[in-house]
Structures are given as C-alpha cells and as structure tokens.
Design a protein around this ligand. Structure first.
Ligand code: SIN
Length: 282
C-alpha cells in the first residue's frame, strides 16, 4: 500500500476505493499543510480516519469549524450544553442502533450536508464497526448506457418515513431518544452528481432516504434502485473502520454511504457527531 509522508504525518489508504487513515497527528494542534492534506484526502478518498485523539467537546467543535459551518441535526439528541454535537448512542438495554443500514446523511435536505465528523466516546468490547462505501467507484462500474440514462434522471428524497411519529424509528426502542417527529422533508436531486472539488461523478441515491425517481412511481423505481443498491453494496467498494474511544472519522456525504453495524447487544456505544453544511448539488 502506498504511504505518504508529510513531515512525521503518515497517511495510508484504508481500502482501494474509500478511506485514508492519518497517523502521528494531533487534531488539537494541526498545521495548515496537514489540514490541507486531510481536505485533499477527504475529496479523493471520501473518508479520513484518525485514532487516539483527546478532544473535549469544545475542541471537537473547533476542529469541525475548520471544515465549514455546522449543520445542527434535527433528529438526534444533542450533547448536553453543546447543540452542535448530536449524540449517536445505543444503551446496554437497547436493540436498535442509529444508522444501522446503508445511507448518506441529509440527502433529504435541499442542500445536503457536506459531511460528518464522528468521534467515538464509548465503544463496545467488540463490534460496532462502521462500513463506508464509495459511490464514485460504484458509478464508475456501471455500463456507459446506464450511466447516460442515469445522468438524465432525478430522484426524490425524504426522511419522513424514518423519523415522523409513525416512522420506522417510532416502532423501535430508539423512539424515546429521537426528536423532530413533526418536521417534513422533501428534496429532488440529480441521480448522478459531480463532486464539487474533484469533478468526479457520483451515484447519488441511497436505500434509506431515496423514495423514487422524479416522475416515476415507487413501484416503477424500485427495480432500478435495487439494482443500483446491489452494485453499490459490492464489498470491493467498501472499507470498515473499527473504533476505540478517541477515534474520529470525517466523511464526505456526497461521495460515500455508511452503515453502522449493530452487533454488540448488551454493550453501550456512544458517538459524538457534528455535521458540516454543504453546497447545492449539480
Ligand atoms: C451515522 O449514521 O451517522 C452513525 C454512524 C455510526 O454510528 O457509526
């Protein structure tokens, strides 16, 4: 695997298509060159991962502000005293986790978030990994004919079926933790977008929030959506990160999906997430 040296800082790809791990960095004392290298890695690899960071909530917020404006999550409980930090948590006695299916955060917003910065606070003894998948690699793997067709299409996204009063989480033991049941969301985005920094094309539909293609019924849309999801979930496009307290991931919501594994029943997992605002998609 290629390894890049920037002073003492080391950055190594996590898998062929997604993820770059940075070593020998202190996010509380990050020089501009290393921060630029992280920005570059995020744009080209979709995920930056760093271990062993000692960040207070204030330092987590300060680090997040270097990436852009903070987009306050409407559904997750806030960390007491820090509305910028959403808690992604599962207690010892809960069965359902948050984010336990492939998705990209905030695709239901008119201007979806650029990305999220997830910091592990408490992790189970084993399990609780997160999978990431590259939607640029998924797009590249399609035939030229299907790429051309998808380039002409748009898709409708919403979060209402997940977070509303009778949504998916309302029937689970996460119901009491979540809020925003009365919010209504709907956004129409191109099925293929271009990454604002690299210009690379990206497949921009996801199983959690995409309802149907614009102008098509859900019934008509599902066969093609399911085909695209099956391609996008191919293991060769994925990487897996294993967390310990102090691990932190920064991911690009436009070019990646993620999936939080729910394989640690009886143990607690607490993550602090800050979401960074994005820009209009095209
Ligand atoms: C999320 O979907 O934002 C949470 C991911 C995780 O907890 O690993």
């Amino acid at each position: 695997m290629a390894t890049q040296l920037l002073s003492r800082v080391q950055s190594t790809p996590i898998s062929e298509h997604v993820g770059m791990e940075f070593k020998h960095v202190d996010l509380n004392d990050l020089d501009e060159n290393t921060f630029d290298a992280m920005r570059q890695a995020l744009a080209y690899h979709g995920l930056v991962f760093v271990r062993d960071q000692q960040l207070t909530p204030e330092q987590h917020i300060a680090f997040a502000r270097r990436w852009g404006e903070i987009d306050i999550n409407n559904y997750f409980p806030a960390n007491g005293g820090h509305p910028e930090i959403a808690e992604v948590r599962k207690a010892e006695n809960q069965q359902t986790n948050i984010g336990g299916g492939w998705h990209t955060d905030h695709s239901y917003d008119q201007i979806p978030a650029m990305g999220s910065i997830l910091l592990a606070r408490e992790t189970p003894p084993t399990g609780g990994d997160t999978l990431f998948a590259s939607m640029s690699a998924a797009f590249d793997s399609l035939s030229d004919g299907l790429k051309d067709t998808l380039r002409t299409m748009r898709a409708v996204h919403s979060a209402d079926h997940i977070y509303s009063k009778d949504g998916i989480y309302s029937k689970t033991d996460q119901a009491g933790d979540l809020k925003g049941h009365d919010l209504r969301t709907r956004a129409v985005h191109p099925v293929i977008i271009r990454h604002p920094r690299t210009g690379r094309e990206i497949l921009y539909v996801n199983p959690a929030f995409t309802l149907h293609f614009d102008g098509w019924t859900r019934e008509e849309s599902l066969p093609l959506l399911n085909y695209l999801y099956q391609v996008a979930m191919r293991e060769e496009f994925q990487c897996r990160v294993t967390w310990a307290p102090g691990s932190i991931a920064i991911w690009d919501n436009r070019s990646t999906w993620h999936h939080a594994m729910n394989d640690y029943h009886g143990h607690r997992r607490l993550m602090h997430r800050i979401t960074i605002s994005g820009e209009p998609l095209s």
